[in-house]
Design a protein around this ligand. Structure first.
Ligand code: ZN
Length: 419
């Protein structure tokens, strides 16, 4: 059977993965054979999400679904953050994985509680929704999920007596661990900002989360970390870092959905107040002009965006909200050949020359002298992927280190280290 749980946490504490890991332990102690533990991230743009919009699914072999259901409900009733207005837990148990259509709907689009309940009744699932029952959406999505691409996260949880206190850890050990296991692990540290990014700051029970390509790599990475004594750890199989939230753009944009869009840069990027960088993307599919923002928290992504020029061919990935694409990453597919914006001075009279047409050199306005050679702009950006800094990255966004195209492989070879 598969147990799905969602929406038990709040900004003030708890974490759905913690409850899931506890449930797995309780079931093991009760003699159940616990299989895969799965962590799925759903549409990151839904407004009522508590934090990362995560739901969990636990696979259990054999046993009575009614008994497991009872254990799961008791756990939620004991630990979920019911006081938080946004916390509306849901638990679902099914014998076999349902059609993944609802998983994709909750991941890439929007799903209502009514739709989830209708589906749960159709498949005769055991389920319980608390308060408004919104957690049923994620719980059903989690048991319905399919992971054609998957990564792993090892989550280590704090002991109960330390909750709410500052997390104690040695940052140097995290940098060493990241260096020793790259590129098979990622998002442990932000080297450019010299910051540890895998340790949360809130009141939740997570001490740190190590993301990587396989259970072996994340486990290897953790052996190198030094931190406060933890309660326990759990490795989760996840859809994180797979770009599963992206829809290929075909000419239509809906607010709250995330897209991958091919097109060309149609304006010179400009830096706005607050350090946000904006440009216009003209899409290949429809010729539609879309305003694109690389917001300030994306840090390094903005530096790359500032180097773009009209005519550059790109693939842009991000979420579309309120008429604007929030850029997560982009691939520069072809660098535009651009003429220097300031034309040369006339070698005869010293006057300002004007372009005689694209690639045709320059003509003097006062004495009609000509220069045949066009001065092309030197571009300081090359083809390849550019992404937001680790601290601003979406859970679902596939890191460049996982992008398999030739350009990315070439970009990453200098970072490759084998242990
Ligand atoms: Zn002249």
């Amino acid at each position: 059977m598969f147990i799905g749980m969602d929406d038990t946490d709040s900004p003030g504490g708890m974490c759905t993965t913690y409850l899931g890991a506890m449930l797995a332990q309780i079931l093991r102690h009760a003699g159940y054979a616990v299989g895969e533990l799965r962590l799925v991230r759903l549409n990151p743009n839904v407004v009522w999400r508590t934090r990362g919009n995560a739901a969990v699914c636990i696979e259990v072999a054999g046993g009575k679904p009614e008994e497991v259901f009872q254990i799961a409900c008791e756990l939620i009733e004991k630990y979920a953050m019911f006081d938080c207005e946004k916390t509306n837990p849901g638990v679902v148990i099914v014998d076999e994985r349902p059609d993944p259509v609802l998983y994709y709907q909750a991941l890439q689009r929007l799903c209502t509680i009514e739709e989830a309940i209708e589906q749960l009744d159709n498949i005769r699932a055991l389920y319980r929704g608390y308060k408004c029952g919104r957690g049923l959406i994620g719980a059903l999505a989690a048991v319905s999920s399919v992971l054609p691409d998957a990564t792993y996260e090892l989550l280590t949880y704090r002991s109960a007596d330390r909750l709410g206190t500052p997390r104690m850890f040695e940052p140097e050990s995290f940098f060493a661990s990241a260096a020793a296991t790259a590129p098979h692990t990622w998002d442990t540290v932000d080297s450019a900002a010299h910051a540890v990014v895998c340790v949360p700051h809130g009141k939740d029970p997570v001490l740190y989360g190590i993301r990587g390509e396989s259970p072996e790599w994340v486990a290897q990475s953790v052996t190198l970390l030094r931190s406060e004594k933890s309660a326990f750890s759990q490795i989760w199989r996840t859809n994180q870092g797979t770009d599963a939230h992206l829809i290929a753009y075909t000419g239509e944009l809906v607010g709250g959905l995330s897209y991958q869009i091919d097109g060309s840069v149609a304006s010179v990027p400009e830096t706005r107040r607050g350090g946000h960088v904006r440009f216009v993307l003209r899409t290949d599919a429809s010729g539609q002009d879309i305003p694109v923002f690389a917001f300030e928290p994306t840090k390094d992504l903005r530096h790359a965006v500032r180097k773009l020029l009209p005519g550059d061919r790109i693939t842009a990935c991000g979420s579309y909200q309120k008429g604007v694409l929030h850029l997560e990453k982009f691939r520069l597919n072809a660098v535009a050949v651009a003429e220097r914006r300031v034309s040369p001075k006339c070698p005869i009279c010293g006057g300002r020359m004007t372009s005689a047409g694209r690639g045709k050199g320059y003509k003097c306005r006062s004495c009609s002298a000509r220069i045949r050679e066009t001065e092309w702009l030197e571009r300081d950006i090359t083809e390849g992927w550019y992404e937001a800094s680790p601290g601003a990255r979406r859970h679902l966004a596939k890191p460049i280190i996982r992008m398999r195209d030739a350009a990315a492989e070439k970009d990453n070879t200098s970072d490759n280290k084998e242990i």
